[in-house]
Design a binder for this molecule. Structure first.
Ligand code: ADP
Ligand code: ASP
Ligand code: MG
Length: 418
């Protein structure tokens, strides 16, 4: 019988110091000794990636993206080499591989590359030789043979992509919380661990700020049918399984409250009210690879007058967005660009809201009772997001979590047909 293979991904906190690397090594070895073949994907230790970014900014105001990736990819390599040493000391054979050596091929968009292919021959060969394979997360090699990185949190996507390529039975994401919760447990102490969550809900959660799984890892897992088990690296309790919606057992009305304070708002004043204006603006942003979220256009009341367009964008993309907008603003005669970095976003996510009226009203009433002003709203069939002031985010998250009774001991069941 062929042995089953498991991918185990350890996040930054889980490999932050020597003791934790040894602990991860013991956990990897235990899985191997239980008869499984193991590929472990590691993140950079602790705050290493942040420190590397700060180092780049010390020498250059706008660091060259190619060189940035050379720099950032080192963090995960350190973790893998150290963990391989620790595993070897436990009497097992381990080999560490860079993203490139592991066959992770990406496009050429530096600092947020997308995985195009995983040519996992080298991983397979090492597994066949009975080795434990350690793959440096968050990185790959581009089609033009440069080192790339996959965006913040990208080791999750490495793990899922490797799991898909080698047909692993499960992709285990070991992190510093016990799984995916009904809200960030750092903000909501009574947040509930979700035993399961559907891909659809997890996608919305990841897209609206629950960084426990990187958005792309969830997209990749859904497309390639990878089973994700997100769990604690500090105990062996089961965590959260991400499943197809039809395979989930729980069907609450609302599953989670998420938040983000890592977005900014750009407002363009004096946008000509004519066909094609919005197309030019957003084409320029797409060209610069900037991901735009909530968009609002205020139509002028009198015909022929200028409109105002506002949208939110990740703070990481802000500089690139402003540079990309400059020429378009000139062409369209836009009179002003305002930037607001003090915005935050709270969202509620739940497949049950598809068939339930009144959820939006309850969100707005809850925020009103907290005296929180809603500045922008966007929705999907299973999500409602509100842009608010950044400093109002924690209390808004807690109020929404309480209003929808998401805490330990109470889930509000969905009533009626799904
Ligand atoms: P890692 O370094 O292991 O990749 P991350 O910091 O990327 O870990 O993600 C884990 C963190 O995600 C947790 O520490 C938690 O604060 C945060 N988080 C935000 N929302 C959620 C949520 N709904 N469930 C669990 N964790 C969440
Ligand atoms: N080290 C990278 C980051 O901090 C990637 C990851 O941890 O997943 O974003
Ligand atoms: Mg992460």
């Amino acid at each position: 019988m062929t042995q089953s293979t498991v991918v185990m991904k350890f996040g930054g906190t889980s490999v932050a110091d020597a003791e934790r690397i040894k602990r991860a090594a013991r956990r990897i070895v235990a899985a191997r000794e239980s008869g499984k073949r193991v590929v472990a994907v590691l993140s950079a230790r602790g705050k290493t990636t942040d420190e590397l970014i700060a180092m780049a900014q010390e020498v250059s105001e706008v660091p060259d993206p190619r060189e940035m990736d050379m720099l950032l990819s080192t963090g995960e390599r350190i973790s893998c080499a150290l963990c391989a040493m620790a595993i070897n000391d436990l009497g097992h054979r381990a080999i560490s591989l860079t993203g490139s050596q592991a066959g992770i091929v990406t496009d050429t968009s530096h600092t947020k590359a997308r995985i195009l292919d995983v040519r996992a021959d080298r991983i397979r060969e090492a597994l066949a030789e009975d080795m434990i394979v350690l793959v440096a997360g968050f990185q790959g090699v581009s089609t033009s043979r440069d080192v790339t990185t996959l965006g913040r949190g990208g080791s999750d996507t490495t793990a899922v992509a490797v799991a898909a390529a080698i047909d692993a039975e499960v992709c285990e994401i070991y992190t510093d919380v016990a799984g995916v919760f009904s809200a960030d447990p750092r903000i909501v102490p009574d947040a509930r661990k979700l035993p399961q969550v559907s891909f659809e809900e997890m996608l919305e959660m990841a897209a609206s700020g629950a960084k426990v799984l990187q958005l792309r890892s969830v997209e990749y897992a859904r497309t390639h049918g990878v089973r994700i088990h997100c769990r604690s690296s500090f105990d062996s309790e089961p965590g959260t399984f991400v499943l197809r919606e039809e395979d989930t057992m729980e069907h609450p009305l609302i599953t989670a409250v998420t938040h983000s304070t890592e977005e900014a708002r750009i407002t363009l004043v004096g946008v000509p009210d004519r066909p094609g204006a919005a197309a030019s603006i957003f084409a320029a942003l797409a060209e610069a690879n900037c991901n735009v979220d909530t968009i609002i256009q205020n139509e002028p009341l009198t015909e022929g007058r200028a409109a105002e367009v506002s949208f939110t964008i990740g703070t990481d993309d802000l500089r690139a967005a402003l540079t990309a907008l400059e020429p378009v603003c000139g062409e369209l005669g836009i009179t002003r660009i305002d930037t607001d970095r003090e915005i935050g976003k709270v969202s509620i996510v739940g497949a049950g809201m598809r068939s339930h009226p009144g959820v939006a009203a309850k969100v707005f009433q809850t925020l009103a009772a907290e005296d929180v002003n809603i500045e922008m709203i966007s929705t999907s069939p299973i999500k409602i997001s509100c842009v608010i002031r950044a400093d109002a985010v924690p209390r808004s998250v807690r109020a929404l979590h309480a209003a929808f009774q998401l805490g330990e001991g109470g889930i509000e069941p969905e009533q009626g047909p799904r």
